[in-house]
Write a protein that binds this ligand. Structure first.
Ligand code: PLP
Length: 461
C-alpha cells in the first residue's frame, strides 16, 4: 500500500511517533498535530488533513522556484536514472556536462562547475578551495575566511563557523578556527545613526576587520548578495562598489553564497548580478533544481580553477575532495529541466515584476500598520520587519511573528519567518513565493496579511 493511500490520521500518527522534524521544538507536538504535507501543484500545497494553502515560502525554505508538480522535471529524472543513475563524479556524465554549460551561459566571468548535494556542502567545498590556495600559493597565509553578521551559510560545523546568526550557532561550539565575523549592513538597524553614506560606512567595517586580522592572513570573504534567513537584508546604496574595492586592495577572494538568491529568486538570474559584483566563487543549491532532486554547485572562475592544475612539484596540488552523491545524475537532469522551464516561461522576469508589485503593496500595508517597521527585498524575496515601538524600533516578541504566521495559515497562506528571536533581526516575516506567482495570487497574499494585521490590531485594542 502506498503512503498516499493511508488515512490522514495514520500518516500523522506515524509521523508523530517516528519522525524527528528539523528545526522543531517537539514538545509543542504533544498538544497539536504535526503538519504533514502530501501534495503540491503549481503554487499550492495540501496537508494530510486536506487543507490547501497558497505557499508563499516556496517549500518552507525558499527552494521550489518553478513550483510544484512539474511532470517535465519528473520525466527528465526518470529517463536519466533509467539510462545511468550514478557514476562517481571523478568521471563525467552527460547531464552534468550539459547542465554545466547551460548554467555558465547565465554567469559571464565564471567558468567551472563542481557538483555537490546541499548548500552547506557546496560552501564547505568552497572553504576547502580557499584553504588549499592558501597552502599552495601563500605558504599557509591567507587562510582566514571572513563572514558577515546576519548571513547564514549552512548547518555543518564549518558552515556554522562561517555563519553570523547566534541563534543557529548556540550549543554547537567550539567552532572551526580561521573564520572571522564582520558587521552587518542593515540600514534600518544602522550602527552609525541616521547617515547619508551608510553603505560606505558599513563596507569600511569590513576593511577594519581585514586590517585588524592582517591582510596577509585573509583569503576570502563570503557573502549572501541579499541576506535571506537573517532578516531579508538588502545591501544599502554604495555598499558593493566599496566592498569590491576593499577586496581588490587586499587581494581577497569574493565568495557569493547564492543558495537562496540564485536561479531567478531576486529578479535576475543571480542576486550578485544586481550589483555588478565579480565573484571568484559562487555557491548554488535550493532553486537550482527547484528541489526536485538534491543538487548544489560550486562555480569558480578559470583563474581559480587554474590554481589546481598548474604544473607543480607538489603531487597533492589538485583538489582532493569527493562526495559520493555528486555523481547521482538525478540532480543535473532535474537542474537542466528546471533551467529550461525558467527560460521558457520567462520566470526570472516574472520574479522581478511580481516582486516590484508585491513590494509596493507591502509599503501600503506599512503605512497602515505601525507594527510594520520596514519592508524590503528584491524580486520574490521579501521581508516585513515587525516592531512594537516606532520610535525605538523595538522588535516584537517572537510570539507575535509566530502568531501572525499561524493566523495566515488558518486563512490558507503559508509565509516564512526568520526563526528564533535571540537577536533583534529575527522579527521579520518572509515572503518568497514560487516564481510563477500571478497578480491574483499576489493580491491574495496582501489581502490575507492585511486581514491578519487588522485582526491583530483589533485584538490589542
Ligand atoms: N546558504 C544559504 C544562504 C542558505 O539560506 C542555506 C539554507 O537555508 C544554506 C546555505 C545551506 O543550504 P542547505 O540547507 O542545502 O545545506
Amino acid at each position: 500500500m502506498g503512503i498516499m493511500a493511508l488515512p490522514a490520521s495514520e500518516i500523522i500518527e506515524k509521523d508523530r511517533n517516528h519522525v524527528w522534524h528539523h528545526l522543531s521544538q517537539h514538545s509543542v507536538l504533544k498538544h497539536q498535530d504535526p503538519l504533514v504535507m502530501v501534495k503540491g501543484v503549481g503554487s499550492r500545497v495540501w496537508d494530510a488533513k486536506g487543507n490547501s494553502y497558497l505557499d508563499a515560502s516556496s517549500g518552507g525554505v525558499w527552494c521550489v522556484n518553478v513550483g510544484y508538480g512539474r511532470t517535465e522535471i519528473a520525466d527528465a529524472i526518470r529517463d536519466q536514472v533509467l539510462k545511468l543513475n550514478f557514476f562517481a563524479s571523478t568521471a563525467g556524465t552527460a547531464p552534468a556536462a550539459e547542465f554545466a554549460e547551460k548554467l555558465l551561459e547565465k554567469m559571464p566571468g565564471m567558468s567551472r562547475v563542481y557538483y555537490a548535494s546541499s548548500g552547506s556542502e557546496a560552501n564547505e567545498k568552497a572553504f576547502k578551495i580557499v584553504r588549499q590556495i592558501a597552502q599552495q600559493k601563500h605558504g599557509g597565509k591567507k587562510h582566514k575566511i571572513l563572514y558577515r553578521d546576519r548571513d547564514y551559510h549552512g548547518t555543518t560545523i564549518a558552515a556554522l563557523s562561517a555563519t553570523g546568526q547566534e541563534e543557529r550557532r548556540m550549543h554547537y561550539g567550539p567552532f572551526v578556527p580561521g573564520f572571522v565575523e564582520f558587521p552587518h549592513c542593515c540600514e534600518y538597524r544602522s550602527q552609525f545613526g541616521d547617515v547619508s553614506n551608510y553603505g560606505v560606512l558599513a563596507a569600511n567595517e569590513l576593511e577594519k576587520v581585514i586590517l585588524r586580522e592582517g591582510p596577509d592572513t585573509v583569503g576570502a570573504v563570503v557573502f549572501e548578495s541579499i541576506t535571506a534567513g537573517g532578516g531579508v537584508i538588502t545591501p544599502p546604496e554604495g555598499y558593493w562598489p566599496a566592498v569590491m574595492e576593499i577586496c581588490k586592495k587586499y587581494n581577497v577572494l569574493i565568495h557569493m553564497d547564492e543558495v537562496v538568491c540564485g536561479m531567478g529568486r531576486t529578479g535576475k538570474w543571480f542576486g550578485y548580478q544586481h550589483y555588478g559584483i565579480k565573484p571568484d566563487i559562487v555557491t548554488l543549491a535550493k532553486g537550482i533544481a527547484s528541489s526536485y532532486a538534491p543538487i548544489s554547485c560550486v562555480v569558480t572562475t578559470e583563474a581559480l580553477f587554474d590554481e589546481f592544475i598548474a604544473d607543480s612539484s607538489d603531487r597533492a596540488a589538485y583538489f582532493r575532495d569527493v562526495s559520493t552523491y555528486a555523481g547521482c545524475t538525478a540532480g543535473p537532469a532535474a537542474a537542466l529541466a528546471n533551467l529550461q522551464i525558467l527560460e521558457r516561461e520567462n520566470l526570472v522576469n516574472n520574479s522581478a515584476q511580481m516582486g516590484d508589485y508585491l513590494l509596493k503593496q507591502l509599503v501600503t500595508l506599512k503605512d497602515k500598520y505601525s507594527v510594520i517597521g520596514d519592508v524590503r527585498g528584491k524580486g520574490l524575496l521579501l521581508g516585513i520587519e515587525l516592531i512594537s515601538d516606532s520610535k525605538t524600533k523595538k522588535p516584537v516578541a517572537e510570539e507575535v511573528a509566530i502568531k501572525i504566521a499561524g493566523m495566515c495559515m488558518k486563512k490558507g497562506l503559508i509565509i516564512g519567518r526568520t526563526n528564533r528571536s535571540f537577536t533583534h533581526f529575527n522579527n521579520t516575516l518572509c515572503l518568497c513565493p514560487v516564481l510563477t506567482l500571478t497578480q491574483k495570487e499576489a493580491d491574495f497574499i496582501v489581502a490575507t496579511l492585511d486581514a491578519v494585521f487588522r485582526e491583530l490590531l483589533e485584538s490589542v485594542d
